[in-house]
Design a protein around this ligand. Structure first.
Ligand code: MF3
Ligand code: CO
Ligand code: CO
Length: 281
């Protein structure tokens, strides 16, 4: 395909979710590299800030200041009524935890999810962080979640299907006696925050939309130690496991290339999986 031509075609399309899956060209890849890199640098910056006693609100303030200082916009701020820059989801919170005045406690595991807009392109990225020393079962859940994402990403290449990604994640996660959350999925990403297609983290190999060079989307599996069911709290955002079991997540924004996948949100300092200190037991 002629990637240069697809940039020109996209320029004529309205910036709304139409249901069609966009095929981006070189300008799109350039834009997503800048946005993805800044999202990664923001989460790199937070690594030494995550410690017992710090509030999630403080981490949110740091993230917002960082993005604004680097000429980016926080995509979540005022998105559908959300009023923070990042989502911080601790322990049994599955996703969309709202930063607040509660202090982090030794042994917590938290996900920080940031989305920045750089020159109109969205870098959507999340990682797990340990607060001080963390018990074995939580560290194991984090390991399973990262390995699940890695296997999903390894399935991405032209000609593969969305179901191959979901199948790679689900089969691995369930082999480790953990479960994949069904209620939230990855999504197309680019100049639109949440675009087509939906990227399920479970599924059957060989099913679903065929991947083509120039498709941009996130892969962001949520993995539970217990059952997959979730509920959303009265604040309208915070999703928690129904059985109160621990949940973990990590997210990359990626593009399908001619030969495989490009990870736009790769950490320049290799901190995608920040080291977690081990607690006894
Ligand atoms: N970053 C989240 C995602 O991965 C979306 C958060 S929307 C918000 O898609 F409004 F809660 F911030
Ligand atoms: Co996302
Ligand atoms: Co995200």
């Amino acid at each position: 395909m002629n990637l240069g031509q697809s940039d020109a075609l996209l320029a004529a399309e309205p910036l709304v979710r139409t249901g069609a899956i966009r095929l981006h060209g070189p300008e799109g890849f350039e834009g997503m590299r800048r946005a993805g890199r800044l999202a990664a640098e923001c989460l790199d910056m937070l690594v030494p800030e995550v410690k017992p006693g710090v509030t999630s609100e403080h981490l949110d303030d740091l993230a917002r200041a960082f993005l604004l200082d680097h000429g980016a916009l926080p995509a979540c701020l005022y998105y559908k009524g959300y009023t923070k820059t990042v989502c911080i989801s601790a322990n049994h919170v599955v996703c969309h935890g709202i930063p607040g005045p509660k202090a982090l406690r030794e042994g917590d595991v938290i996900n920080i999810d940031v989305t920045c807009i750089v020159d109109g392109w969205h870098g959507d990225h999340s990682r797990m962080y340990g607060v001080g020393a963390v018990p074995f079962r939580a560290r194991r859940l984090v390991d399973v979640t990262y390995e699940g994402l890695a296997r999903g990403l390894a399935a991405i290449k032209p000609g593969a299907r969305l179901g191959d990604i979901g199948h790679a994640i689900q089969s691995y996660v369930e082999s480790q006696r953990c479960s994949v959350v069904r209620d939230f999925c990855g999504h197309g990403v680019g100049q639109i925050f949440h675009d087509a297609p939906n990227v399920l983290h479970y599924g059957r190999a060989g099913e679903g939309v065929e991947l083509k060079p120039g498709m941009f989307f996130t892969v962001e599996p949520m993995v539970n130690l217990g059952k997959p069911a979730v509920k959303v709290l009265a604040d309208g955002w915070t999703a928690v496991t129904r059985d109160k079991s621990l949940s973990a997540q990590c997210e990359h924004s990626v593009g399908v290339t001619e030969t495989g996948v490009e990870i736009f949100t790769a950490s320049p300092t290799d901190l995608f999986k920040p080291p977690i200190q081990a607690a006894a037991g």
